[in-house]
Design a protein around this ligand. Structure first.
Ligand code: SF4
Ligand code: SF4
Length: 376
């Protein structure tokens, strides 16, 4: 008997109208066999949105609150207790998180639905013997209090992994500045990607939902432009959900480091799309910079001399001298001049692009060596 394919559910959704989003989220759970097969009454469920930074939802940097709200309501309707939790870049503290919850619309979601916003700032260590590169992971302590995790990614381009979706989203379970240590511990794209896959296998999200109503193209995950895609995607397999998201924006799995590695490790197999048809929605002109499209060159590129590799450049056009990039840099490659303008030592830089990801002024761009123009 032929093995049944993994189901990924896709629903068109034109905007963040509450009723339309709720209908789509409920349909996605139903298309995947029903939420009752994912979570049980009485369980505590961590709903993990992408709250990269303190930014309003219309900037398409973070999971939209309408999506979080609909998932929270679906979990509550199933008799379980949701708790919204994430650790954005920067310090993992009550004050920092309060500002992020407020700006990203999560405080309003909690007030409207009665769900909890995580305020436990402890950490826990998970040992994971099966890990390829990460056999122990320091993670948010709230994981010890929950029975299940739903990862709710935002479909965006990403300088290191090409695309961020539901798998990369789980990196927010690594507390605040511990992320800086992890970038230093897994300093190239290949190691970092395998760590992300180990993290995903360790946490085992019970369901994954991708907010692809408004995505981000160009210099994602924070410096790009919002781009209307018009879909919500969900399923029990986070890799398959991400693969469907990649297809939507015109990428093959080999072009996304997490999907490429998942295929190599046998974590991504065939899947079928239920609900609305994916093919007519594919955006062939979605702006994925060439250096990201060539993610299957990542290993080659990471072996090039430092000066030939794509590098972060501080434009100093919008910079307010906040110093976030300096604190976030795992290689300590960024220094401030007397005018509080950051400068990068390209020989020390490990190309993690955290400075670009966390710059709230989108002052950091990634430039490639002119030689790479020949690779178009
Ligand atoms: S480049 Fe961005 S993160 Fe760095 S100091 Fe300037 S505004 Fe802050
Ligand atoms: S300069 Fe930017 S890209 Fe380079 S190591 Fe530091 S944070 Fe990462």
């Amino acid at each position: 008997m032929a093995e049944r394919k993994t189901v990924v559910a896709l629903r068109r959704c034109a905007d963040y109208d509450d009723r339309a989003v709720q209908e789509a989220i409920d349909a996605i759970f139903a298309l995947c066999g029903g939420i009752e097969h994912v979570i049980r009454p009485g369980q505590r469920v961590l709903v993990k949105p992408n709250l990269l930074m303190k930014r309003a939802p219309d900037r398409a940097t973070t999971t939209h609150p309408a999506v979080a709200r609909a998932i929270v309501r679906a979990v509550q309707a199933a008799g379980a207790a949701p708790i919204l939790a994430d650790s954005p870049g920067g310090p993992y503290t009550r004050g920092m998180l309060a500002g992020v919850y407020e700006a990203c619309g999560m405080r309003a979601v909690a007030e409207e639905t009665g769900c909890l916003l995580n305020d436990d700032f402890s950490t826990t260590t998970r040992f994971f013997e099966a890990g390829r590169v990460a056999r122990h992971l320091d993670l948010l302590g709230v994981l010890d209090q929950v029975d299940a995790v739903i990862t709710v990614g935002k479909l965006k381009t990403h300088g290191l992994t090409t695309m961020t979706g539901c798998v990369k989203n789980l990196y927010g379970l690594v507390p605040g500045t511990t992320k800086v240590e992890y970038h230093a511990r897994y300093p190239d794209a290949e190691l970092f990607t395998h760590m992300l896959l180990d993290l995903c296998a360790c946490v085992k999200p019970c369901f994954s939902i991708l907010d692809a109503i408004e995505g981000m193209e160009g210099e994602g995950p924070s410096g790009g432009k919002p781009r209307h895609i018009g879909a919500l995607i969900g399923g029990r397999d986070p890799h398959a959900v991400d693969a469907a998201g990649a297809r939507l924006i015109g990428l093959r799995p080999e072009q996304v480091t997490t999907l490429h590695a998942a295929m190599q490790r046998g974590m991504l197999g065939d899947y079928e799309v239920a609900g609305d048809a994916l093919e007519p929605m594919i955006l062939h002109d979605f702006d994925v910079p060439m250096r990201m499209r060539r993610a299957n060159w990542v290993n080659l590129v990471s072996r090039l001399p430092q000066r030939l590799r794509p590098r972060p450049v501080f434009t100093h056009r919008n910079c307010d001298g906040c110093g976030t990039c300096v604190r976030a840099c795992p290689a300590k490659a960024i220094g401030m001049d007397e005018a509080r303008r950051p400068h990068v030592d390209v020989c020390a830089c490990i190309r993690c692009y955290c400075c670009q990801e966390l710059c709230h002024k989108t002052d950091v761009v990634v430039k490639r060596n002119p030689l790479f123009a020949l690779l178009k």
